[in-house]
Design a protein around this ligand. Structure first.
Ligand code: SF4
Length: 265
């Protein structure tokens, strides 16, 4: 249920995607270029090359990428092939089998994402798409295009576990929370295997225990294999503390980065 007094407030993240897209992409010689902040390697997923894109259709008050997310003058505008080359260079040097797009919201530039994933497929690599899922939930054909590639793993990251919390964390209208569930339904309906090719993740730093339990129940109503959720909590790096201070959000659960063992960094 959505609180009546929240309805009608907040922004529309589909409309915001249309506003942000032209600021972070360009069609050059028929190809969709996307603005990137940086490329990096890392130990997530057991070792993965990552391209962090600029631009998002949400405005999460805990966003670790806030310092580059909306800065449309930073970074570089790259073709899918240029992006792939950078990912591949990192992956081959470090013997990774996975590449991903992360940072802001990769799905804003559909052709670009699909082409990078296709290049990864040709190289025999898995392409991990980290997304808030809103655009995939809004358009089933997007899910179809991703599923058809056969090498894509989609991690749909929920912003909170209820519509009210989604509104509080993102500022987007609460009814759009449902599109994150719809993204999972669309991907599964198009043939992606829950728990293996598509998973749910959720930011629970600000969530009540009971709401978390109800959220898992809702996921299992879609498919029992979605019960294994990738739980997210904020890492209290200085730039995250700063964005939390600005948004006024107070986490109930968080990780102190100073306590992470060296071998995990
Ligand atoms: S969806 Fe991700 S990138 Fe976008 S504002 Fe939220 S945390 Fe940041």
């Amino acid at each position: 249920m959505v609180d009546e007094d929240l309805l009608g407030k907040g922004y529309d993240p589909i409309a915001l995607a249309s506003v942000v897209r032209p600021k972070v992409s360009e069609i050059i010689n028929g190809e969709e270029y996307r603005r990137y902040f940086r490329f990096r390697g890392g130990r997530w997923y057991g070792g993965i090359a990552t391209g962090d894109v600029i631009g998002c259709n949400l405005r999460c008050g805990f966003c670790w990428a806030w310092y580059f997310r909306d800065d449309y003058t930073r970074g570089e505008l790259l073709s899918p092939r240029d992006s792939w080359r950078r990912l591949y260079r990192i992956a081959s040097k470090r013997r990774y089998k996975l590449v991903r797009l992360s940072g802001g919201e990769p799905t804003l530039t559909r052709d670009h994402v699909l082409k990078v994933a296709e290049l990864a497929r040709r190289a025999g690599m898995v392409f991990v798409l980290e997304t808030n899922g809103i655009l995939i939930g809004n358009d089933r054909s997007y899910a179809r295009d991703l599923a058809e590639l056969g090498n894509v793993f989609v991690r749909v990251s929920f912003k909170g576990v209820t519509p009210q919390e989604f509104f509080r964390l993102t500022g987007a209208r609460p009814e759009f929370f449902e599109l994150q569930f719809q993204a999972l339904r669309n991907l599964i309906s198009e043939g992606m295997e829950p728990g293996k090719e598509v998973i749910a993740a959720a930011m629970i730093s600000f969530s009540d225990d009971e709401d978390i339990a109800r959220f898992v129940l809702k996921l299992t109503e879609i498919d029992e294999r979605l019960a294994r959720v990738d739980w997210e909590v904020v890492f209290m790096y200085p730039h995250v503390k700063e964005v939390l201070r600005r948004s006024g959000l107070k986490p109930k659960r968080f990780v102190n980065p100073e306590k992470i063992p060296d071998e995990m960094v």
